[in-house]
Design a protein around this ligand. Structure first.
Ligand SMILES: *[C@@H]1O[C@H](CO)[C@@H](O)[C@H](O)[C@H]1NC(C)=O
Ligand SMILES: *[C@@H]1O[C@H](CO)[C@@H](O)[C@H](O)[C@H]1NC(C)=O
Length: 242
């Protein structure tokens, strides 16, 4: 009896491990294939157009010069009208267009600090105004979304490893950062931008929030960021905008 058990046990064990590895392997392959498929159709979910947003930013800058407040109001009012719908129609997109001070939240990420006004958030896109009257500098983060940073007021400098000259972006220009790439950037005094990201937004959130846990311990700003982002993402999901 004892002899037989001893003989068979190792065989059965290795069989168990083999089937377990097969199951995990298959599940993992399915997951990878699912992600690759979703990634291949991500453009279907996009609501905004980077070319339109840049012409809106340029118009606002041309009309209002360096008056940040009027520029932001111009952008919000245009977005509201552009994406407005007739009564009783399904909204085309959920936008947060309130601009009172309590709608701005502090953001610390990659060593840079500024305030942001979250206009739109979904699984595949976000649109914010980001900037600081003081200036700031940091790491862009390596992201799963393309980033279009439309300068509204002031100047931003940037460079990627290997470049020995800086890139300079002024009002109306767009600093494009393709997903997966990183740069060091510096926003000078009084620099504000309309930032549009498209791709996969949820994997970007840890970068945007890590500094709360490892540096600032600014729980109220963390709470507001998560609350507004979650609320806007859910509002968009409910109207079928992923
Ligand atoms: C919004 O801005 C775009 C781009 O500048 C412009 O073509 C369009 O006419 C504006 N729409 C409204 C309602 O102001
Ligand atoms: C904004 O523009 C006005 C008029 O061109 C100029 O007088 C003022 O110094 C500028 N302000 C800043 C902060 O650049």
């Amino acid at each position: 009896m004892g002899k037989t058990t001893n003989k068979h046990r190792p065989i059965r064990k290795s069989r168990d491990w083999t089937s377990l590895a097969l199951i995990f392997g298959s599940l993992f392959s399915l997951l990878v294939a699912g992600c690759a498929y979703l990634d291949s159709i991500r453009e279907r979910f996009y609501v905004f157009d980077p070319v339109f947003l840049n012409s809106l930013a340029r118009d606002a800058v041309t009309t209002h010069g360096n008056a940040t407040d009027s520029i932001v109001k111009h952008i919000l009012s245009n977005l509201t009208q552009t994406y407005a719908v007739a009564e009783n129609e399904q909204p085309r997109v959920a936008l947060q267009t309130e601009i009172t001070p309590e709608h701005w939240v502090m953001s610390n990420a990659g060593g840079a600090m500024g305030a942001m006004l979250i206009i739109h958030a979904s699984i595949t896109e976000y649109l914010i105004i980001f900037g600081t009257p003081l200036g700031t500098e940091g790491h862009t983060g390596r992201h799963t979304a393309d980033d279009y940073f439309n300068i509204l007021v002031g100047h931003q400098w940037a460079f990627s490893a290997g470049a020995l000259e800086k890139e300079v972006y002024g009002p109306g220009s767009v600093h494009f950062l393709p997903r997966g790439t990183v740069k060091q950037y510096k926003m000078h005094e009084g620099c504000f931008a309309l930032e549009y990201a498209r791709g996969w937004i949820p994997p970007m959130l840890p970068f945007g929030l890590a500094d709360v846990f490892f540096s600032t311990l600014d729980i109220p700003s963390f709470y507001d960021t998560v609350r507004i982002t979650a609320r806007e993402t859910i509002r968009n999901l409910l109207i079928g905008k992923v």
